[in-house]
Design a protein. Structure first.
Length: 116
């Protein structure tokens, strides 16, 4: 499984950005897809995950500002981020888990910076 993430860059605080991640496999029946963030000097953390049935879960820091969605026809998961804060800066990785008992596959990460 290969994951190609895109959408990083530089954005001002309060702005918006959308990340995309295309999988090399059909995501129609995968267990879940997600986005993780690794901020400078910090551990990697889960930002949002969306299950096969469309149910999404978010880190507290992302609730109300970020929306994860997917397009099964394009095998792509998105992360729409609004009201961005400098604390959102980091490398964002997308993941796919094929089944509950499988580990995550990881994309290469996409970097963005929120300037204050």
């Amino acid at each position: 499984v290969q994951l190609q993430a895109s959408g990083g860059g530089l954005v001002q605080a309060g702005g918006s950005l959308r990340l995309s991640c295309e999988a090399s496999v059909s995501i129609l029946r995968i267990y879940n897809m997600g986005w993780y963030r690794q901020a400078p000097g910090k551990e990697r953390e889960l930002v949002a995950v969306i299950a096969a049935g469309g149910i999404a879960n978010y880190a507290d820091s992302a609730k109300g500002r970020f929306t994860i969605s997917r397009d099964s026809a394009k095998n792509t998961v998105y992360l729409q981020m609004n009201s961005l804060e400098p604390e959102d800066t980091g490398v964002y990785y997308c993941t796919v888990r094929l089944s509950r008992t499988n580990p995550n596959y990881w994309g290469q990460g996409t970097q963005f910076t929120v300037s204050s």
